[in-house]
Write a protein that binds this ligand. Sequence first.
Ligand code: TRP
Length: 361
Amino acid sequence: MNTIDPWSSSIIDYNKLFKDFGIKKMEIKDDKLRENRLFSRGIIFGHRDFYKWWDDFKSGNTVSILTGMMPSGPFHLGHKMVIDQLVWYQKLGIPITFAIADIEARTVRKMGPERVKEITVSYLSNAFALGLDPGQDIYLQSNRSNSYYKFADLLSSKMTFSEIEAIYGELSPGKVISAFVQASDILHKQLPEYMGKHRVLVPVGPDQDPHIRLARDLADRIGFVKPSSTYHIFARGLDGEKMSSSKPNSYISLDEPVDVMKKKVSNALTGGRNTLEEQKELGGQPEKCIIFELYKYHFEESDEKLEERKRMCKAGEIMCGECKKELIKRMSSWLRTHQSNVKKFKGKAEKFVDDNMEYPF
Ligand code: TRP
């Protein structure tokens, strides 16, 4: 079946997203967007109706941002990329809504309550340490409002089973429930009890597009504004394959000891050649290189310096050892600061979980 399964960890075929699913290529039509490295470097590669949302924002109409995360594994650099986006929009003064998808973790991933609590504390304290203002609208799927649940229930009346199957492929009861709960996440801010009808932008990874399509169809059917979305490239695993929480060596989690991070980075895939001579002669291959990707996504703020690093690599002027060493230096100091910030926010995150998270079983 020609569907994307948001719950499997299969590899996304980016071309198919444009050809078969109607995601548009992200073009930078406003220089303001270049101030965000995720836009200027093409990491946010696609969208649905992004410029309708941006134009509304630019004209001073009410807009908002909403995204969510399922607390299902360690908080890693992929999660950081999402929070970085929220923080950028927050700086533009746009209200942010952040959903913790604990219902999804329990129903689809079948995770136990204690583990979900523990991971939620970690996600929230990491998000706060990265700059998400704890005063933004942050909530758990399991503890929102009456109107949010009523909304999820009523939305389910607007779709037939074959329509949801056409979007998601194989379904289970837990998946159906969490699909409508997520539709309520994406749409409920337009309810009169919240902000009323307005354009909402949902920044997500491309695996979440089925949920976006469901929410857009539903919006149409109930006379709400269709939500807009952006899609960022998934960071590759350190081995160059798909990043997976079941392979700890494939990712860098933000709470791991600096020494472990150093080992992981030292062993990561590079675009280096077989021998030093060969590399000096042919140059390296930054497109292949995970180290370059880490600079590009997270650890080089300046576009010019990034380009210069790429040029030097390709010209054989800088070798992998040196490039790794510099990255490890930057990452070590960044991780240390980040981890001490996470500690500062832990109490706040714990209180949030204690106050809000309660399950009957
Ligand atoms: N399903 C998302 C994930 O797996 C989490 C999520 C829940 C979400 N509600 C959302 C994402 C609303 C975007 C918008 O991580």
